[in-house]
Each structure stands twice: as C-alpha cells, then as structure tokens.
Design a protein around this ligand. Structure first.
Ligand SMILES: Nc1ncnc2c1ncn2[C@@H]1O[C@H](COP(=O)(O)OP(=O)(O)OP(=O)(O)O)[C@@H](O)[C@H]1O
Length: 234
C-alpha cells in the first residue's frame, strides 16, 4: 500500500531524511515512534502529499502523493496534530466534507461522536481542543478510506477517551485498510497497534509485526523498552 524507497527530504539545508525506505501493507495498524523532531509529522505529511521528497520514490496506493490527484486524496485521510475546523457544527461539517470521500458514512460518524460524547450540534469554536480532536478522529474513521494517517491523535484526549479511541480504531480496522499513528505516548497505543515503525536519524530503523515478535517471545513486547533498545542499538 505504501512504498517509500531511498527518500531524501530537507526543509532547509540540513537533511531530515536520507535513504529512507519503508513498505507498509494493508491490514495493519502501525505505530510510528521516534524522538522529538525526528520527522514523524513530516513523514506523515509526505505520505499525504503535503510536502514533497527531494529524491527517491514515494508511492501511496500506487500513486505519487505530491500530485495530490483527487483519486488519491479521496482514498486517504490525514488527522493533523492541531485540528483546524471551519465555523460550523460537527453535523453540518459532515454534509459539506463527507462528499469528498465515496464511502463516507454519516450515521457512523454521528455514532462515533456519541461514543466520544461530543455534541454534534455545537459549533466548533465552542468545543475544547480535545473535543475538536475527537471530531476529526470520528470523521477520519467514518470516511472508511483505505489509508488513515494520524499525527499524535491521543494528544489532548482524557484517559477514558483514549480507551474509546482504541476501541473505535480497532473496530474500524479491516484487512483492506492501513492505519498509521504517530505518537510519543506509546502506552496509549498498547494493545491497539500490531506493527511498530521506528524513525531514527533520518531512516526507518525498525519495522516489525508485533504478533510475530510476541510469538517468538515469552512475554508481550513492551513498546517503551523496545523503543529504547532499538534507539540505543543504532
Ligand atoms: N515547516 C518547517 N520548516 C522548517 N523546518 C521544519 C518545518 N517543519 C518541521 N521542521 C523541522 O523538521 C524537523 C522534524 O519536524 P517534525 O515536526 O516532522 O518532527 P516530529 O518527529 O513530528 O516532532 P515532535 O515529536 O516534536 O512532534 C524538526 O527539526 C523541525 O524543526
């Protein structure tokens, strides 16, 4: 579904990615881990066609995201860390923006909002940061696109909402779908992700299926210690 080969990227002169290679398959929820400033947001933006690679090849659903063709944009959804929403209500937002996604399901969206206890008739400006974040997460899942990219989605959610988040994401998962979630808060993703990506010094240094790891180990892999070990080793 995602094929990045020998990607290089820099905002200014200092290279952020060089020789970055990453292949992601449908049917997985990937946790994207990495230290502050390593480029997690940038990598998600690259997949969403919001920034362009300087070199290498970037294919998402067999297209190059930098062209931002409607046929690709209607198949992926990027949940940004900071939700930017127009002056409208959650319910009306669905009527305006749902049309861009062929499989968008408004009743599912309203159901997700209810699970998150977000009032659908309230204007966004009167919602808190966490509530607006929940609107965007609900919308992303209700688009039913094959690829969902989420940047720090649990940032700003309270503890019960984090558990609702895990439940909704797990419930929305299918064999045809791929969800990539970046986070610092690895505990928030425990029991949700089934594959781990670690971004370090401009490259993906780790891309492993957690089920395969669990089958080899005697205990469930601990994401925090796994992350520390990988970083130390490289
Ligand atoms: N628009 C920009 N112009 C110039 N530099 C940028 C821009 N956006 C990000 N950077 C720099 O690129 C690097 C990677 O940023 P990015 O936000 O992708 O990292 P991150 O891993 O998501 O960080 P964090 O975990 O702190 O959210 C940082 O050093 C940042 O300062």
């Amino acid at each position: 579904m995602i094929h990045l080969d020998a990607i290089s990227f820099s905002y200014e002169k200092q290279p952020l990615f060089s020789g970055l290679t990453m292949h992601l398959q449908p049917g997985h929820i990937y946790g994207l881990l990495g230290a502050n400033g390593v480029g997690k947001t940038t990598l998600l933006k690259l997949l969403a066609g919001l920034v362009f690679p300087k070199g290498g090849t970037c294919k998402v659903l067999e297209q190059e995201p930098r062209h931002r063709r409607p046929s690709l944009m209607s198949q992926l959804y990027f949940v940004a860390d900071e939700p930017h929403l127009p002056h409208t209500t959650a319910a009306r937002y669905a009527d305006t923006y749902g049309v861009f996604y062929p499989n968008f399901d408004k009743s599912l969206y309203l159901e997700y909002l209810k699970e998150f206890q977000v009032p659908a008739e309230q204007v966004f400006s009167k919602l808190s940061f966490g509530q607006r974040k929940k609107v965007v997460i609900s919308f992303a899942l209700a688009t039913q696109v094959p690829l969902v990219l989420m940047d720090e989605p649990t940032n700003g959610l309270d503890i019960p909402s984090k558990s609702t988040f895990r439940k909704l994401v797990a419930g929305a998962m299918t064999d045809e779908r791929c969800i990539v979630i970046s986070t610092h808060q690895v505990r928030d993703l425990d029991s949700l992700i089934d594959a781990v990506l670690i971004l370090h010094q401009g490259k993906i240094v780790y891309n492993e299926d957690l089920n395969a790891l669990a089958a080899e180990a005697t205990a469930q892999p601990n994401l925090e210690s796994l992350f520390q070990e990988v970083i130390q080793f490289h």
